[in-house]
Write a protein that binds this ligand. Structure first.
Ligand code: TYM
Length: 327
């Protein structure tokens, strides 16, 4: 059985991109692999945030993951800050990762660009992410397309550490789905859909059905009428990806079905498919919201399980790096 680890930041309501690019694959993997999923609140601290909202957003993110189908009895689901080994391992890896390689991270460049003051935490973000993954002897990391570079860094750091201190870490691999790995903003299909943007081009998982329908029907496409998946047609390609991912149908098949008739029928069908896809999730979330304590307890159990695993890896790391045992 492969060990699978992945995480999501509680920086806002989860959106369709998170679900189609990552979370739905996590749900499927619970039955075949040894799976660990984490709400990475420490990562959410790397950009300015409202402290009074953090705990609630973290709870909501965990509840949304359960509503989407993660079952805390079949996977390990926990909150990053509840397991101190993540930050401990980050320090060790900070001494292996280099300034130059972190400086090349495109997400860092995007997020720090134009900012007057940039935290060390934002710069170090990928190292914390490497620690998340390496602390669990992870084989596979199911993520969307935007996390590929961070996974490459994680592999480089693990290989360098193993070379310097002896075989300690499993070197993980990213698994990126063939469809839905990069869901784009509906109003600006050249940018990826994101939690932080307040754009009407985002579909949040708990959005009202009418809002979802309106947003998909008013998606920006192009001035032609041909339904085709192609780089020069980002808006139409995005709708095809969304429809393929929510129905399980192939892109070619959908191109054939919507070949004539313009973009209207494609938009209507995609809107209906998304609404149907999200309905059970929204219903389950409403149930969980009635008994918040239950989710909190499940997260505490998850943290216990995770900590037991990470403690063993940290013991190995302390030994490999030559630290004096406490005795
Ligand atoms: P985050 O919180 O931005 O996103 C969670 C997951 O959703 C995927 N995703 C998308 N997929 C398709 N289309 C989109 N528009 C889209 N937007 C987001 C992301 O690729 C991700 O898989 N750094 C990570 C969180 C993290 C992590 C980890 C992941 C921290 N530690 C360890 C894996 C392993 C992030 O910011 O994800």
């Amino acid at each position: 059985m492969a060990r699978v680890f992945s995480g999501v930041k509680p920086t806002g309501e989860l959106h369709l991109g998170n679900l189609l690019g990552a979370v739905r694959h996590w749900v499927a993997q619970q039955d075949q692999d040894d799976t660990i999923f984490c709400v990475v609140d420490l990562h959410a601290m790397t950009i300015p945030y409202e402290a009074p909202e953090m705990a609630d957003l973290t709870w909501k993110t965990a509840a949304m993951l359960i509503a989407a189908g993660l079952d805390p009895n079949r996977c390990t689901l926990f909150v990053q800050s509840h397991v101190p080994q993540h930050t401990e391992l980050t320090w060790t890896l900070n001494c292996v990762a280099t300034f130059g390689e972190l400086n090349r991270m495109t997400q860092f460049k995007e997020k720090s660009g134009g900012q007057e003051s940039v935290s060390v935490g934002l710069f170090d973000y990928p190292v914390l992410m490497a620690a998340d993954i390496l602390a669990y002897d992870t084989d596979k990391v199911p993520v969307g397309d935007d996390q590929r570079q961070h996974l490459e860094l994680t592999r480089d750091v693990a290989i360098r550490f193993n070379h310097r201190f002896g075989d300690t870490f499993v070197v993980p691999e990213a698994t990126v789905p063939p469809v839905g790995a990069r869901i784009m903003d509906l109003q600006d299909p050249t940018s990826k859909m994101s939690k932080s943007s307040a754009s009407p081009g985002t579909v949040a998982l708990l959005d009202d059905e009418k809002v979802i329908t309106k947003r998909i029907r008013s998606a920006v496409t192009d001035s032609e009428t041909e339904v085709r998946h192609a780089p020069e047609k980002p808006g139409v390609s995005n709708l095809l990806e969304i429809l393929a991912a929510t129905t399980g149908r192939g892109i070619k098949d959908l191109e054939g079905e919507f070949a004539s008739g313009g973009y209207g029928p494609l938009k209507d069908t995609a809107a209906e498919a998304v609404v149907e896809f999200l309905r059970p999730l929204r219903e389950r979330y409403a149930e969980l919201d009635k008994d918040r304590e239950q989710v909190t307890k499940q997260l505490a159990l998850g943290a216990q399980k995770a900590e037991a695993m990470a403690t063993k890896v940290m013991e190995r790391v302390r030994k490999a790096t030559g630290l004096l045992p406490r005795g």
